[in-house]
Design a protein around this ligand. Structure first.
Ligand code: SF4
Length: 292
């Protein structure tokens, strides 16, 4: 099968998604099936100037970083480059939360910063004619396997079902809470008392946003080994359109009730459940899992 050609465009970015992509465990195999006509970090056959001035063809346009009207690359307006290439490629993939929703750069001095189709949760009209071709892979940074699996899906002409923010449902229908090894502690409302410890759930005190964040971090492990919450760090909600929501490492509460509740759970249900579970003391869960 011929290699699929990719143009990777870097907009306003810290290159974190590029670095996360490099951690894909089977990168060599990936590069047997795909090639970059241009990538800002990987040695590629052409410079961006050559790609843009000669209109070199490719099948996929990958965009990393937030977009602003005034931004230029290779002496051309970035918006123009995106518009030109979007007509010719099979799919456009936004790589990361900045390219998808504007991300942390929504807070910057750049004017009119946004993601390709969204600024936070709001639709951006600028590129609406190419929305049908677009897929968002959010994350700060992206999960490399989610990006690569999606690219293979496109290469094989699979129909990818997308959510309202154009994210593949296969990876973003779940919450990050799903699959965390601390679920039992969540159910019985047992706090995590120390970062990095094996025991306890971080929703109650340490700001874990996994119950209201969509992603596959606990379904497809990072580096095929672990996830943040499994290793003892709270989820920061980096795949969501309103990232960064703040409250990292701390659960904001009103009258002892977390301000943000799990998706689909209202305050009344939460209080009822919390009341029941608090009535139990499960000794096994109060102890250390491994002796010091
Ligand atoms: S630590 Fe976070 S992801 Fe794990 S069970 Fe608690 S709320 Fe869910």
């Amino acid at each position: 099968m011929p290699k699929t050609k990719i143009l990777w465009l870097s907009c306003i970015a810290c290159n974190g998604n590029t670095h996360s992509f490099f951690n894909y465990p089977h990168l060599e195999k990936f590069l047997e099936d795909f090639e970059f006509i241009y990538h800002p970090v990987i040695n590629s056959e052409y410079s961006l100037e050559e790609v843009v001035s000669k209109d070199l063809p490719c099948e996929l346009l990958l965009i990393e970083g937030s977009i602003s009207q005034d931004l230029k690359r290779a002496n051309k307006s970035l918006v123009e480059i995106i518009q030109n290439y979007s007509k010719r490629v099979k799919k456009i993939v936004t790589v990361g939360t900045c390219a998808s929703f504007g991300g942390i750069f929504n807070e910057s001095d750049y004017e009119d910063v946004s993601g390709l189709h969204f600024k936070n949760k709001e639709c951006v009209e600028r590129f609406k004619d190419i929305k049908e071709k677009s897929i968002s892979i959010s994350g700060c940074p992206i999960h490399p396997e989610v990006l690569v699996n999606t690219l293979y899906g496109i290469k094989k002409d699979l129909t990818l079902k997308l959510d309202e923010y154009l994210r593949p449902k296969e990876y973003f229908a779940y919450t990050v809470h799903n699959g965390c090894v601390r679920n039992e502690y969540f159910e019985y409302k047992i706090d995590n008392h120390k970062f990095g410890s094996l025991e306890g759930c971080m929703f109650y005190d340490h700001g874990c946003q996994a119950p209201f964040t969509h992603g596959s971090c606990n379904k497809i492990l990072w580096n095929e080994v672990n996830s943040k919450t499994r290793s003892g760090l709270p989820c920061m909600g980096c795949t969501e359109p309103d990232f960064p929501r703040g409250n990292f490492y701390e659960t904001k509460k009103n009258m002892g009730i977390p301000e943000s509740l799990p998706v689909g759970v209202n305050k009344r249900s939460y209080l009822t459940l919390a009341g029941i579970t608090k009535a139990f003391t499960i000794e096994r869960l109060e102890k250390k899992l491994l002796d010091d």
